[in-house]
Write a protein that binds this ligand. Structure first.
Ligand code: HEM
Length: 459
């Protein structure tokens, strides 16, 4: 039975959380914990203080959650805070010079070319086709629901979004799907050795560019798709791979080389994977909060009735968008952003030594006790216009900020809204396990072991 819209519980349900140590972990404990769950190293003090400095053997770590400090690191003094080489290297084996793995002039060039290829204007014309993709997946889900077995919501989200990203990238060429699947495994899981400081040549040796067979097949496919689009006789559409293959740097007029185009395409496709996380956690949160689910269903039913969804409808369902914003507050798809200070700096009146590891973690910032009221409570109304104005600009950063802000933010928000609306109009999802759900933080934030749910038809 539907919950009533105003049935908000007095005692909000406890949400899935990684373990939160009461005291800071030692250097050894940090090294052991990171490969298991990077969020498990965040102790209680980090959610209480806006600037925390820690020493781990030879390394100084600064955890910065003060919105003014976040702005300084990600925007104002961004050149002083490149990505940490050990993390960058996790991506490098498979995406080479792509934006996710590069720095300096190479990164700037890639970024100037990549951003216009995936920004809002570039992807807007795909709207109707992306909605058709969502509707086809919903039909498939209805068939599976009839079988009466629970499904893994993470897989449903991954399948739907891979097909959407495939439409954006290749115009929907199904033979490209295994290539997308390969890139969704990038980067590989970090090992303890990846976290230990070491000379550059040792790091390089540990991550040589070497692909297993099935990955090498995906790589060949990606190169072939780009080569087809470079052919003057190409008769297909101007999809993302075409745009990358033909783009010119607006400063120099030069294109990326074929190898760099391949790397940038791989980088964009690999980065798109973060979207899956938001389209998984939302159903978990809605199941736990039936009054929010009921209000969202009521909005969708009232605005859309029985007619077909159009891209313009996204602006007509503000409550549904607030639900998505709140999902990404509590479970930010990229939970941690880590940088290394090139030179010493002073941030919010505190010293950041040269070489310090600087962590700006959406997972901490979005749940910080000094920045949010009732931070662990799911309440989409905190994003209602009036309330949103009270939130500091850099206290909510699911897509990061500054020159390295996510260039796929518009594309992923559109894909998420099309998917959420399409699924929520037709289905309700109920947790199919009584066991604990554990948020697992690798590069992205996922429920460990997936999210088993029952599918119920709404209409
Ligand atoms: C909900 C979905 C998404 C979220 C929350 C998200 C979030 C982020 C964040 C936080 C960063 C910065 C990471 C850092 O600097 O360490 C980032 C970078 C990036 N994202 Fe996204 N992303 C999402 C979807 C996408 C999609 C769909 C694409 C492409 C189609 C994409 C492409 C990229 C690229 C290429 C970068 C690297 C930018 C650079 O280093 O200059 N993202 N994303």
């Amino acid at each position: 039975m539907d919950a009533k819209v105003d049935d908000a519980p007095h005692e909000p349900p406890a949400l899935a959380m990684p373990s939160r140590p009461a005291k800071p972990l030692s250097a050894l404990e940090v090294l052991k914990t990171i490969p298991d769950n990077s969020l498990g190293v965040f102790d209680d003090e980090l959610y209480e203080n806006l600037f925390v400095t820690r020493r781990y053997s030879l390394v100084t770590a600064c955890f910065i959650s003060d919105p003014a400090g976040v702005k300084q690191v990600l925007v104002d003094n961004f050149d002083n805070y490149p990505r940490v080489p050990t993390i960058r290297r996790l991506f490098e084996a498979e995406i080479g010079t792509g934006t996710l793995a590069s720095e300096g002039e190479t990164w700037r060039r890639h970024r100037r070319i990549a951003t216009p290829a995936i920004d809002r204007r570039a992807v807007e014309p795909d709207g109707p086709a992306l909605i058709r993709v969502a509707e086809r997946r919903a039909k498939d889900l209805a068939r599976r629901a009839a079988a009466g077995k629970p499904i893994d919501m993470e897989r449903v989200a991954a399948d739907m979004l891979a097909r959407m990203l495939n439409h954006i990238s290749t115009g929907g060429d199904d033979s490209a799907l295994p290539m997308l699947r390969w890139l969704s495994t990038v980067p590989r899981k970090p090992r303890s050795i990846d976290m230990v400081p070491k000379p550059e040549w040792v790091s390089k040796f540990l991550v040589r560019r070497r692909l297993e067979d099935w990955k090498a097949e995906g790589d060949r496919k990606l190169r072939a798709l780009i080569a087809e689009r470079r052919d003057p006789d190409w008769k297909g559409g101007q999809d993302l791979l075409w745009r990358l293959a033909h783009a010119r740097d607006r400063q120099t007029g030069e294109p990326l080389s074929p190898e760099e185009t391949r790397d940038e395409a791989a980088s964009i496709i690999a980065a798109g994977d973060a979207t899956i996380r938001a389209l998984t956690w939302i159903w978990y949160l809605l199941d736990l909060h039936p009054h929010v689910e009921a209000r969202m269903h009521a909005e969708l039913d009232e605005v859309l009735g029985d007619r077909k969804l159009t891209p313009e409808d996204v602006a007509r369902v503000p409550y549904t968008k607030r639900v998505l914003d709140e999902v990404m507050r509590l479970y930010p798809p990229i939970p941690v952003i880590v940088r290394k200070a090139v030179k010493a700096d002073v941030v919010c009146g505190r010293k950041v030594p040269r070489g310090a590891i600087v962590t700006v973690a959406p997972f901490i910032i979005h749940r910080h006790r000094q920045l949010w009221e009732r931070p662990d409570v799911f309440d989409p109304d905190r994003f209602e216009d009036e309330n949103r104005r009270k939130v500091a600009r850099f206290a909510y950063i699911p897509f990061a900020a500054g020159p390295r802000v996510c260039p796929g933010a518009s594309a992923s928000t559109a894909n998420l809204m099309f998917s959420i609306i399409t699924l929520a109009r037709q289905f309700r999802f109920r947790l199919a396990t009584t066991g604990p759900i554990t948020p697992f933080g690798g590069i992205s934030l996922q429920p460990k072991g997936g999210l088993p749910m029952w599918v119920e038809k709404r209409k």
